[in-house]
Write a protein that binds this ligand. Structure first.
Ligand SMILES: [Mn+2]
Length: 570
């Protein structure tokens, strides 16, 4: 089920077009992305590093920087404790390299997914103490680790938290009270009393801000932001942050750096995947490079990903990159099997009627739960949790839909959980096996969802006849890049098209090529990616196809032609 909606947002498009020398179509697209006002449009179109906010606006920034500077001066041992996903690895790299560059005695630990679980824990704290660590700095984790950080404080360890996860809270007489860990400094723009203007940074974004401030404070010559932007960009896409505001600038500028990366590990990882550094887009990061870096955290230890980034020579980098690619290939296969099993379970049980899907796959590798949950959510357009049997109890991951704030709902069901954390759109959890069913029941009782929420909404930017498309407009639309979550690729729509000469291609018969003509006879090439035979079946005998599409320039043998890519059809 899907519902097509047109984003009918208003503004003086003629004036915007004139002011910025752009087509009115582009002006509308920018308005649809909630960019309003000349200043915001200017930054959206031409923003660069100078438009990043000052790190000093973040709560506790002065505190964390002065503690770090002191520890560096006194040659105290600092340990970075990160996390095993792309964001966790990138933020660890940023803090580790940044602190090393500032002269710190620093090492890092990335928790092992299976033996440690998510983020900092008691075992890692005891270990830090035994190894005479003076200060721990967390990244991409820590905000929810009050108990563990209390232990570290008892042992006399300085603890600095940098994180971007939701701050845990308690409801007291209808008032929301944050539960903050007893750390020496906490940098997380999601804290209620942090005045930083942008709360959407990933863990690596926050880590980069801390290093930026430290380098300013210590008056170091190196431009740390410039050096680390590409890593922050990879993490921003890998953690599926919204590509708006500062994040869009980090990704836009970081991609430029990545196109000429001097990091041997990244060079080799790009190469083994058959890509050219200069053509890397958010798509490649999200679906090729990122998953390879993630695969280590999933199936092995994420330390390998960090080793890759730190590789000193090409040979070492090539071996590690090859390992990562192989791990990712086997992860893909295992994921496909898991998805298949999950669908089978949903469709052959009462789960199919649930509003929130809780699928228990005891045999599945726990590290794949998140990816499988994502696929299940896509298929049914319902919030989905995938649970697996862990060494102790049951562990799982959830992926949500817009109308369902997953983290808050878990708070309501916390009586069945031993551990949980996350965001509105994604969460992780642990529980006892006997609580799987009660948890599923309770989640469904308090879901607050109605059938309306399960209808996929297809937002159309502008109803635009295909004869309006020209090469210049398509080229101009590239100023809207990079595309991704929160800054979607523009889509247009037209009704009443006639299909000429449809042909199915591809070994999985998943590409359909055709010619589409409007009522005046104007025609253009079109491509649909999806089930080709089903497409042919559905259009049989029809002469008024409606499509949601985006236009593209197809360069083939030195000749440029216009074509449209069909995203949805009716
Ligand atoms: Mn993160």
């Amino acid at each position: 089920m899907e519902k097509w909606l047109v984003a009918a947002k208003r503004a003086d498009f003629k004036k915007i077009a004139e002011t910025f020398g752009i087509d009115q179509v582009t002006a509308r697209l920018i308005r649809n992305r909630e960019v309003v006002g000349d200043e915001a449009i200017q930054v959206y179109l031409h923003g660069d590093r100078r438009n990043l906010y000052s790190p000093w606006l973040m709560k506790d920034m002065e505190k964390i920087v002065s503690i770090l500077a002191e520890k560096i001066q006194e040659k105290k041992r600092i340990r970075v404790i990160g996390d095993y996903d792309v964001d966790g690895v990138m933020s660890t790299y940023i803090l580790y390299q940044g602190l090393k560059g500032a002269g710190a005695e620093v090492d890092y630990v990335i928790p092992h997914r299976m033996t440690d679980g998510y983020g900092i824990n008691e075992h890692l704290i005891e270990q830090a103490w035994e190894e005479k660590t003076d200060a721990i700095i967390t990244c991409d984790n820590g905000i929810a680790a009050s108990r563990q950080i209390e232990r570290a404080k008892e042992l006399g360890i300085t603890v600095l938290v940098t994180d971007h996860h939701e701050v845990p809270f308690e409801e007291n007489e209808g008032k929301r009270q944050e539960i903050l860990p007893p750390a020496d400094a906490i940098v997380n723009p999601k804290q209620a009393d942090c005045n930083y203007p942008f709360t959407g940074l990933c863990g690596a974004g926050v880590a980069l801000k801390v290093m930026d401030a430290l380098y300013q404070q210590m008056q170091l010559e190196e431009d740390i932001t410039d050096l680390m932007l590409e890593y922050a960009a990879i993490a921003t896409i890998g953690d599926v942050m919204e590509l708006v505001g500062e994040n869009r600038i980090i990704v836009k500028e970081g991609l430029k750096k990545l196109h000429h990366t001097t990091n041997l590990g990244l060079q080799e990882l790009i190469r083994v995947n058959g890509l050219e550094p200069e053509q890397i887009s958010p798509y490649h990061i999200g679906f090729v490079v990122g998953p390879c870096l993630n695969a280590t955290g999933r199936l092995d230890t994420a330390k390998r990903a960090l080793k890759l980034l730190c590789a000193k020579n090409r040979e070492e980098a090539a071996i590690l990159a090859g390992d990562l690619k192989n791990l990712n290939d086997s992860r893909k296969e295992m994921t496909a099997q898991g998805v298949e099993k999950a669908i089978e379970l949903v469709e052959n049980s009462e789960l199919i009627n649930d509003k929130v899907l809780v699928v228990y796959l005891p045999e599945c590798h726990e590290s794949l739960a998140g990816i499988i949950a994502g696929r299940i959510r896509e298929r049914y357009h319902k919030p989905a949790f995938v649970l697996t049997k862990a060494e102790e109890g049951v562990k799982g991951s959830g992926r949500s839909i817009d109308s369902y704030s997953m983290y808050e709902k878990l708070c309501e069901c916390s009586q069945y959980l031993t551990k949980f954390g996350g965001h509105p759109m994604a969460a992780g959890l642990s529980l006892e096996e006997e609580n799987v069913e009660p948890f599923r029941k309770k989640l469904n009782e308090c879901s607050g969802l109605s059938e309306q929420d399960f209808i996929e909404k297809v937002m159309i930017d502008i109803p635009m006849p295909i004869n309006y498309i020209n090469k210049k407009l398509i080229q101009e639309m590239s100023v809207l890049e990079p595309f991704g979550r929160g800054n979607e690729k523009p889509v247009f729509a037209q009704k009443g098209l006639q299909i000429q000469n449809p042909r199915v291609f591809g070994k999985n018969r998943n590409v359909v090529k055709m010619r589409l003509a409007d009522t005046a006879g104007y025609s253009m090439d079109a491509v649909y990616f999806g089930d080709g035979d089903q497409f042919l079946e559905e259009i049989k005998g029809k002469n008024d196809l409606s499509v949601v599409y985006y236009p593209e320039i197809n360069s083939y043998q030195g000749r440029d032609t216009l074509q449209i890519i069909i995203r949805h059809y009716q």
